[in-house]
Design a binder for this molecule. Structure first.
Ligand code: ADP
Length: 448
C-alpha cells in the first residue's frame, strides 16, 4: 500500500479523499492556491503545499506545479478527485511517466472515453444501445442535414470533447441547423480547445440513468447499481437518487450487466460510470465518465462500499476481493448538491460564512469543507456541500431528507437549500414521476 498520497483537488472532494486515506493509514499531501490557504483540506492534511495564485489555470490545473509538489513531498500516488485534471489523459500519463501512481483509470481509457464520438463507437461495438445519430464527426451543414433528415428534427448537436453540458445545442428545424452547429462548435472550441461536433436524436422526455462500475487490475468487474440523475438544470445535475424509482428489477439487472460486461471487454480499471438516457423502457448510451463522480456517495450509502478506498486499493494492485453476488444494495439514498448561489437566479454568491450548522442523525451525511468563518472564494465551482441521506426505503429517505434540509444552517451567503426544499416537497418528485426537463419546468412555475 502507498505511504503517501497527494490530493490534486480542493473543497469537499479533497476532504473526502483525505478522510479515506487517513482511515487506511496513508499520509496525505494537499495542494492549494493562495485563495485556499485556510481551507479545510489544507488544515487537515499531513502536509500542504501552495501551488499558485487563485486562478485554476495557475494552480489546480498547473500540471508542473502539482508534479513538483509530489516530488518534494515524496508522494507515491496522486488522486485527482473530479473536475480539474481528473479526465485529462495527458496529466494521467505524465503522473505515471514521473514515477507516481495515478489513482484512476489508465490514460488510454481516459483518452478514449474523453472523445465522445470514439466512446459511442466503442459502446456500440461492445453491444450497448446508443442514441441514434451521426456516424461519427459531422464536418459540414450538408452532411448534418442528411443525418438530421434520417433521424428527424429536433436534433441535438453535441461536442465530442463535451462535458458539463457545454457545446450542446438543439436545432428544431433544418433552417436552424447551420447556426446551431456553428454555436456548438465555437462553444466547444473555447471550452475544450476542440470544436468537433456530432449529431444526436433529441429524446423528448428521458431520464438520466447511470451505472457505477468498479474494476481491478486483474479483470474483475462489478457494478454497484444505478443512480437516477434526471433532476438537472442546464444539463447539470442538481439532485441524484439511488436506486431509480423508474426501473423495475429486470431492467435494472439487464442494464447493469450490459455496462459491467462492456467495461470488462475493454479492460477497464478503477471506478467508472456508464451514462444512459432512458425513455419508454429503452436505454441509450450517452457517455462514460472515467473518474469518481460528484454523486458517488449515494452509491456508497446503498452498497456500504467506500469508493475512494476501493480506488486507492485497486491502484495499489489489490484485487477487488468480492464478486457481483457479494454486492448487496440496501435501502434508498438521495444527494442534494448545495451551491453558493441565489436559489432563483443562480447568480453565484461567494463570501464569508457566518453561522454554520450541518444536520446529523441516523442516515444523514454531509460532505463539505465549510466551517464557521471560512470564505467561499469566487474563483471555483459554486458547489459547497453535498447533503446525502439514506433510508430503509424511498419514503423514509425523503422524510429524513426534508428533516435534514430544515436543519442546515449556512449563513452569510445565499445557497440553493431553498430550491431543494421546494423540489423535495413537490408531488411529482415524491411520486418519482420526473424526467430531465421536470426541474426547469418547476422553476418556471409550470409544475406545482
Ligand atoms: P455532458 O458530458 O456535457 O454532461 P452528456 O452527454 O452527459 O453531456 O449529457 C448531459 C445531459 O444532457 C443529459 O443528462 C441529458 O439531460 C441531456 N442530453 C444529452 N443527450 C441528449 C439527447 N440525445 N436527448 C435529450 N437530452 C440529452
Amino acid at each position: 500500500m502507498f505511504d503517501k498520497v497527494l490530493i490534486a483537488n480542493r473543497g469537499e472532494i479533497a476532504l473526502r479523499i483525505l478522510r479515506a486515506c487517513r482511515e487506511m493509514g496513508i499520509r496525505t499531501v494537499s495542494v492549494h492556491s493562495t485563495a485556499d490557504a485556510d481551507a479545510m483540506h489544507v488544515r487537515l492534511a499531513d502536509e500542504a503545499i501552495c501551488i499558485g495564485p487563485p486562478a485554476s489555470s495557475e494552480s489546480y490545473l498547473n500540471v508542473q506545479a502539482i508534479l513538483t509538489a509530489a516530488t518534494i513531498s515524496s508522494a507515491n500516488a496522486i488522486h485527482p478527485g473530479y473536475g480539474f485534471l481528473s479526465e485529462n489523459a495527458d496529466f494521467a500519463a505524465k503522473v505515471e511517466e514521473s514515477g507516481f501512481v495515478f489513482i484512476g483509470p489508465s490514460p488510454e481509457h481516459i483518452r478514449l472515453m474523453g472523445d465522445k464520438i470514439a466512446a459511442k463507437k466503442v459502446a456500440k461495438d461492445a453491444g450497448i444501445p446508443v442514441v441514434p445519430g451521426s456516424d461519427g464527426l459531422v464536418k459540414d451543414a450538408e452532411t448534418a442535414l442528411k443525418v438530421a433528415g434520417n433521424i428527424g428534427f429536433p436534433v441535438l448537436i453535441k461536442a465530442s470533447a463535451g462535458g458539463g453540458g457545454r457545446g450542446m445545442k438543439v436545432a428544431e428545424t433544418p433552417e436552424e441547423l447551420p447556426e446551431a452547429m456553428k454555436a456548438a462548435s465555437a462553444e466547444a472550441k473555447s471550452a475544450f480547445g476542440n470544436g468537433d461536433i456530432y449529431l444526436e436524436k433529441v429524446l423528448k422526455n428521458p431520464r438520466h440513468i447511470e451505472i457505477q462500475i468498479l474494476a481491478d487490475l486483474r479483470g474483475n468487474v462489478v457494478h454497484l447499481g444505478e443512480r437516477d440523475c434526471s433532476l438537472q438544470r442546464r444539463h447539470q445535475k442538481v439532485l441524484e437518487e439511488a436506486p431509480s424509482p423508474a426501473l423495475n428489477e429486470n431492467e435494472r439487472q439487464d442494464i447493469c450487466r450490459i455496462a459491467a460486461e462492456a467495461a470488462a471487454k475493454i479492460g477497464y480499471r478503477s471506478v467508472g460510470t456508464v451514462e444512459f438516457l432512458y425513455e419508454d423502457g429503452e436505454f441509450y448510451f450517452i457517455e462514460m465518465n472515467t473518474r469518481l463522480q460528484v454523486e458517488h456517495p449515494i452509491t456508497e450509502m446503498i452498497s456500504g462500499l467506500d469508493l475512494v478506498r476501493e480506488m486507492v486499493r485497486i491502484s495499489a494492485g489489490a484485487p477487488l476481493g468480492y464478486s457481483q453476488k457479494d454486492i448487496k444494495l440496501r435501502g434508498h439514498a438521495v444527494e442534494c448538491r448545495i451551491n453558493a448561489e441565489n436559489p432563483e437566479t443562480f447568480v453565484p454568491s461567494p463570501g464569508r460564512i457566518g453561522d454554520y450548522y450541518a444536520p446529523g442523525g441516523l442516515g444523514v451525511r454531509v460532505d463539505s469543507a465549510l466551517y464557521t468563518g471560512c470564505t467561499v472564494p469566487p474563483y471555483y465551482d459554486s458547489m459547497i456541500a453535498k447533503l446525502i441521506v439514506h433510508g430503509a426505503n424511498r419514503n423514509e429517505c425523503l422524510m429524513r431528507l426534508r428533516r435534514a434540509l430544515g436543519e442546515f444552517v449556512i449563513d452569510g451567503i445565499e445557497t440553493t437549500i431553498p430550491l431543494h426544499q421546494r423540489l423535495t416537497s413537490a408531488a411529482d418528485f415524491v411520486n418519482g414521476d420526473y424526467d430531465i426537463h421536470w426541474l426547469e419546468k418547476l422553476m418556471n412555475g409550470d409544475k406545482g
